[in-house]
Design a protein. Structure first.
Length: 289
């Protein structure tokens, strides 16, 4: 019997989207009183821009692919962006002003409300495994960042036909293409497995062997899965919490991910595990062809 495994989970589109949505009401309209960089390695670029953050106003939080972006305007109203890649264990939490940072805190933003309507607070960027990072950038710097420039389209901002064409024009294992952030941005291991199961497509199939109509169905199912996961505040396997400290609930709806060796919820046959594109993969040999 296959071993039941929950693979290491990097926050994907639904988790980062949820963090952005729950963080925005806590930071939008606040100003940055001070910045403390506790781990220089956590700041990938932008140290020369850090002085401009003091006195800057945060206008909101948003997501691009698996990146969490904080939009700020410095004292001269010039825009800046703090781009966080959370990787496996990165977290962004707002705490009361006297909260001491835990040992894994990498960056602290001291926040205050300029109109005095709210108490001061502290935004911590914590990362136990130290793979995550922050970049302080100007908007015009983004196209010069190779990672950003190579990102594919957002799966919830385009129709299934457009996204299917992105898959159709490449020849590779279909799950590998779903995971490729240059093809479509934001889908990771969990939502690739769940989407492929709902579409009835084996993760190892070559995209060239899949009919265009089936690729469109796959992308419709991916959009369905992503929207359901966002509504459930994402999936919590080990470390993920939203910006209010709450765990996600979509893991309670998994059909295949992490269920290797268990019965398929559709046909009852044993779910198989394998590796595709170096990632642990769970699928049903009966339901996915």
């Amino acid at each position: 019997m296959d071993e039941v495994i929950y693979f290491l989970h990097m926050p994907e589109l639904p988790e980062v989207e949820t963090i952005a949505r729950t963080l925005t009401p806590q930071v939008a309209g606040r100003c940055i009183k001070a910045v403390s960089l506790l781990s220089p390695k956590a700041l990938q670029t932008g140290s020369e821009l850090m002085p401009r953050l003091e006195g800057a106003a945060i206008t909101g939080a948003r997501r691009r692919a698996k990146l969490l972006l904080l939009d700020v305007r410095d004292s001269s109203a010039a825009p800046l962006i703090l781009a966080f890649h959370l990787k496996m264990t990165g977290r962004l939490f707002v705490h009361p002003p006297e909260t001491p940072p835990p040992k894994h805190t990498k960056l602290i933003l001291e926040l205050f409300a300029p109109d005095g309507t709210a108490t001061e607070s502290r935004l911590f960027f914590d990362d136990a495994r130290t793979f995550g990072y922050c970049r302080i950038m100007r908007p015009e710097d983004l196209p010069e960042w190779p990672f950003w420039a190579a990102l594919g389209p957002e799966p919830l901002e385009h129709n299934a036909g457009f996204l299917a064409a992105r898959l159709e024009e490449r020849n590779g294992q279909i799950k590998s293409l779903l995971l490729n952030q240059n093809v479509i941005a934001g889908i990771g291991n969990i939502y690739a497995d769940e989407s492929l199961f709902r579409a009835g497509i084996h993760p190892e199939r070559k995209s060239s062997s899949i009919a265009r109509t089936d690729l469109e169905t796959l992308m419709l199912k991916a959009q369905e899965v992503l929207r359901e996961a966002i509504a459930a505040c994402g999936s919590s396997i080990r470390d993920y919490r939203d910006a209010e400290g709450r765990a996600g609930a979509f893991q309670n709806s998994f059909m295949v991910y992490g269920r290797g060796g268990e019965p398929c919820r559709r046909c009852g046959k044993t779910l198989k595990t394998g590796r595709v594109a170096g990632r642990g993969t769970v699928y049903c040999r009966t339901c996915q062809q």
